[in-house]
Design a binder for this molecule. Structure first.
Ligand code: 3SL
Length: 245
């Protein structure tokens, strides 16, 4: 059976990790695939950077690590945010509009964000393969996942918002599940059913959650409009060997 499990925020992944460590000591990677979603805005921004020709994006969880990577690789672009705002001394923030072709083509980007980059790193500890999703590359992700065999188990990891669920991330999770369940037999966890039912009731992005409000207050209205664009890009973004390509 094709299994789909949804985490509503990446801190849940850490709890899950502890649980499988104690219950199943010799299991190294529990899921075949994990799909990380931080639609506002990390995965939307990374997918934009790669679509605009960035060589790769290196996700790191903390600022010190990002700065040290930049120190040893001055040619890399250093991007990221805390509290939604560009970090002092960094080349770029976390708005997809900053990652245009002129800026990122053939460049390696180091990125650190509040929830998104940590979610990607957590995902790689529980799954063999890690993909990134957003509304921007929705159909590419659905098509890829639908092609896996019947024994595949998939974790959809919503980055969430500082340990809370994010309304917008769960919509993307629901849209992915909606795409898959029409194509093949499946079994869904309860959290996946919740995400699916949410998307079935909405049918289009509704960016009215807490994080969207905060970004609006910070003046990122255009980012919100952009991140709602379904299938703006055809792209599969994978995290492997420490890099998103
Ligand atoms: O938490 C994150 O990773 C960010 O994407 C948050 S923000 O949209 O830049 O505020």
């Amino acid at each position: 059976i094709f299994l789909l499990y949804t985490f509503f925020n990446y801190k849940e992944v850490e709890l899950f990790e502890r649980k499988i460590d104690s219950e199943v000591p010799d299991v190294i990677k529990y899921f075949d695939i994990s799909v990380v979603i931080d639609v506002l805005r990390a995965t939307s921004t990374i997918i934009t950077a790669l679509s605009n020709g960035a060589t790769c994006v290196i996700p790191v969880s903390d600022i010190a690590q990002a700065l040290s990577l930049k120190y040893y690789n001055p040619g890399y672009l250093l991007g990221g945010e805390r509290g939604g705002q560009k970090i002092e001394g960094f080349d770029l923030g976390n708005s997809p509009f900053e990652y245009d072709e002129k800026t990122v083509k053939e460049k390696t980007v180091i990125l650190t964000t509040t929830n998104g980059t940590s979610s990607i790193l957590s995902a790689s500890r529980i799954a063999q393969k890690v993909l990134l999703a957003s509304f921007l590359n929705l159909s590419s992700v659905v098509n890829m996942l639908s092609g896996y065999d019947a024994y595949t188990n998939i974790a959809i990891i919503c980055a969430g918002n500082n340990g809370e669920a994010s309304y917008e991330d769960i919509q993307v999770a629901g849209a992915i599940i909606f795409g898959i369940v029409r194509k093949r037999s499946h079994r869904l966890s309860d959290s996946s059913i919740i995400a699916l039912k949410l998307w079935e009731s909405l049918k289009r992005p509704d960016f009215s959650g807490e994080h969207a409000h905060r970004l609006r207050e910070l003046g990122f209205e255009k980012d919100l409009e952009f991140c709602q664009m379904i299938d703006h890009f055809r792209l599969i973004a994978k995290f492997e060997n420490g890099k998103i390509v």
